[in-house]
Ligand binder design. Structure first.
Ligand code: S3P
Length: 181
């Protein structure tokens, strides 16, 4: 994990699908009068399409282009909590942009915990239409590939599996405040 953290105008949440970026992000933003922004929502609004349809009609590579554009769009935010799609860290340029404008927080969960949260969810194109064991294995593979990147690009990491969301949100905000000193 990087220890290079200084005054930044936003908090950026990264982590796997199902790691709780939206719940934690909205908890922080509503408590501290910050704006909540989600890169997936930016992509859907700008393209006029659902993420699932973008994958279906145009494929993952095209989605990643839209995601890179969304990273540039949210770079204009101030006083925001920015939740990102789980794959945003695959592109180093995205992370250079996001690290410039935000204190980057990695929400950690183990693959089995992620699987338990995602097993009945079919909204994520990378996991849709898989049977249980394939889904479990795919989550494991994606995790193994990405965990080092989440670590590398984050200023702070916190496990989001057992502590109540309000506590996780408070701990993140405290770290963010301290990073501004
Ligand atoms: C993706 C995660 C999704 C969404 C897309 C791809 C990924 O966002 O961006 O389905 O590659 O991990 P969430 O992390 O919010 O589920």
């Amino acid at each position: 994990m990087s220890n290079e953290s200084h005054k930044k105008p936003n908090i950026v949440l990264v982590g796997m699908m199902g790691s709780g970026k939206t719940s934690v992000g909205t908890a922080i933003s509503s408590k501290h009068g910050m704006i909540f922004v989600d890169t997936d929502t930016v992509i859907e609004e700008r393209s006029g399409m659902l993420i699932s349809h973008i994958f279906e009609l145009h494929g993952e590579a095209y989605f990643r282009e839209l995601e890179a554009q969304a990273a540039k769009v949210v770079a204009g935010c101030k006083n925001a909590v920015i939740a990102t799609g789980g794959g945003i860290i695959l592109n180093a340029e995205n992370m250079a942009i996001l690290r410039k404008i935000g204190f980057v927080v990695y929400l950690q969960l183990e693959p089995l915990q992620l699987y338990n949260r995602l097993k009945t969810d079919n909204s994520r194109p990378l996991l849709a239409n898989l049977d249980d064991s394939d889904k479990c294995e795919t989550i494991q593979q994606i995790f193994e590939h990405r965990a080092p990147l989440y670590e590398k690009y984050s200023d702070f990491a916190i496990n989001n599996s057992v502590i109540p969301i309000s506590t996780v949100a408070r701990m993140i905000f405290d770290e963010y405040e301290n990073s501004n000193n």
